[in-house]
Design a protein around this ligand. Structure first.
Ligand code: UGA
Length: 482
């Protein structure tokens, strides 16, 4: 098949690369020339500057100029391509609705090209990135307005998680195709021929609207699992003695009807998808005049969860953040990425600064450049000058009064020893990811330990920990970071 992928970000590039592995002729198009030049170089470092996914650079290099072509001009290939996958970013507006500006620009440009086709063979236009329910219909009307002939529209949502794009594309759990005609379904079967009739992979054919809805319901259900565990399971273990969080999880999820995914309690789920998609679904349902209580609760629990441990430190541990130095380990929204969009660390920093901390000593294995440049740039807010960046966890911890673990990087699991050898109690460890299996040794050595999904454990030491006022300092609030 001759395929064009429009938009080469986290959705488009892995999709284009893996399609090219199956011998299709794939043209990956983007308006960003420097991005396309980076991909076209075939050099891993250049590619990973834009999309950092395990194995992706290798797939690109192997197929480059054989099955995979990068371009900023699709005027010619538009003439006889079978499929266009639309992988354009659709960021959120402030009211939760979806900003369709880039999408609309792209499809109008495409409509003009397709309207000029001479051969007029059947072409299917497929929405791949997450777009509001009804967008396939919008796409259809824009094509009709421009006089495009012999086309079909479809929805084929992407279900990949970041960090697993290549493997996930090669072995998805499902392929969902929403299209209107048997002819268009058939064209898409040829694209995904390796998955049709697969013994394990579900290949579902349905309406475009259903396919669009499947994506929103999937993501909001996943976030509901997380919020349920954070907002119910973890709360029990934080409030009542002798409840072991890990055993609680095992006992509950042993029921085959209950998902194990989502039971990993945390300081909130971040990333570019969950928050954006649930807000968009709330907006879409509101717009349709339907109640959204459950979704609003799920979203609210998840957002509060990102600041919650700091509130617990103040109210339960009576920790005074004012003028303290706090080590912050982990800035990205999950391990193995430098992506900080909607990361809990953003709200942790905002909360710490508004409580008047003297300094935040940050460390992340991958995201420090991203943090410096895009999120905590002192040019955006002078309070960010209080954040310093360190080359290792131990360096960040040195000289601090408290520690906050915000991301589940594996290297943080062994931190208990590092803490013991680097700082002296009284010292508060806030564990937003339950990363310290040997926390008991830490507590025995006098350190206070405050985890999500667990009681505050006071360090065993002679002198009493200094409680006091809650340390709210007279500093300007940082304001929304996102
Ligand atoms: C998510 C979904 O998992 C994908 O299925 C979906 O395709 C994708 O969004 C998308 O719409 O593009 P992703 O954002 O890459 O994928 O991240 P996840 O691995 O799902 O993690 C999201 C957040 O939830 C992270 O901060 C993670 O640490 C947190 N999490 C995850 C928990 O707090 N607890 C858990 O049990 C699982």
């Amino acid at each position: 098949m001759k395929i064009v992928v429009i938009g080469t970000g986290y959705v488009g590039l892995p999709h284009a690369a893996v399609l090219s592995e199956y011998g299709h002729q794939v043209y990956a198009y983007d308006i960003d020339e420097t991005r396309i030049a980076a991909y076209q170089s075939g050099i891993a470092e250049n590619i990973e500057r834009y999309v950092n996914e395990p194995g992706l650079a290798e797939v690109v290099a192997e197929n480059l100029n054989r099955y995979l072509f990068f371009t900023t001009d699709i005027t010619e290939v538009a003439e006889d391509s079978d499929i266009f996958f639309l992988c354009i970013n659709t960021p959120p507006n402030l009211d939760g609705s979806t900003d369709m500006t880039y999408y609309l620009d792209a499809i109008r440009h495409l409509a003009k090209l397709l309207a000029r086709r001479k051969k007029n063979q059947r072409v299917v236009l497929v929405n791949k990135s997450t777009v509001p329910i009804g967008t396939a219909r919008l796409l259809e009307s824009v094509m009709n307005e421009h006089g495009v002939e012999n086309f079909g529209v479809a929805s084929n949502p992407e279900f990949l998680a970041q960090g697993n794009a290549v493997e996930g594309s090669r072995r998805p759990d499902r392929i969902v195709i929403g299209a209107d005609t048997a002819e268009d379904m058939q064209i898409l079967r040829r694209v995904y021929s390796q998955f049709v009739n697969h013994v394990r992979i579900r290949y579902l054919e349905t309406t475009p609207e259903t396919a669009e809805a499947i994506k929103y319901v999937s993501n909001t259900l996943l976030l509901t699992y997380i919020s349920f565990w954070n907002g119910v399971g973890a709360r029990l273990a934080e409030a009542m003695p002798n409840i072991r969080m890990e055993d609680l999880k095992i006992g509950v999820t042993a029921d085959a009807r209950i998902s194990t995914w989502g039971s990993y309690v945390s300081n909130g789920a971040g990333g570019s998808c969950f928050g954006k998609d649930i807000q968009s679904l709330i907006y879409q349902l509101n717009h349709a005049g339907r109640p959204t209580d459950l979704l609003r609760a799920v979203y609210g629990i998840n957002e509060y969860q990102k600041r919650y441990l700091i509130d617990r430190a103040v109210h339960e541990a009576h920790f005074k953040f004012n003028q303290k130095t706090v080590a912050l380990l982990g800035l990205s929204f999950k391990k193995r990425t430098n992506d900080m969009r909607d990361s809990a660390a953003l709200q942790v920093v905002e909360s710490l600064l508004s409580r008047g901390v003297h300094a935040i000593r940050a460390y992340d294995p991958l995201a420090m450049d991203e943090a410096r440049r895009n999120w905590f740039n002192p040019e955006k807010n002078y309070l960010f000058e209080r954040i310093t960046y360190h080359d290792s966890a131990v360096e960040a911890i040195r000289g601090s009064d408290a520690l906050y673990i915000s991301t589940d990087w594996e290297e943080f699991r062994g931190l208990a020893r590092t803490i013991e050898t680097t700082v002296r109690p009284p010292y508060l460890v806030m564990d937003g990811r339950r990363m310290l299996p040997d926390y008991e040794a830490l507590v025995a050595a006098g350190y206070d330990y405050l985890p999500v999904g667990g009681l505050l454990l006071r360090g065993k030491r002679d002198e009493s920990f200094e409680p006091g006022d809650n340390g709210h300092a007279m500093v300007e609030p940082v304001g929304a970071l996102q």
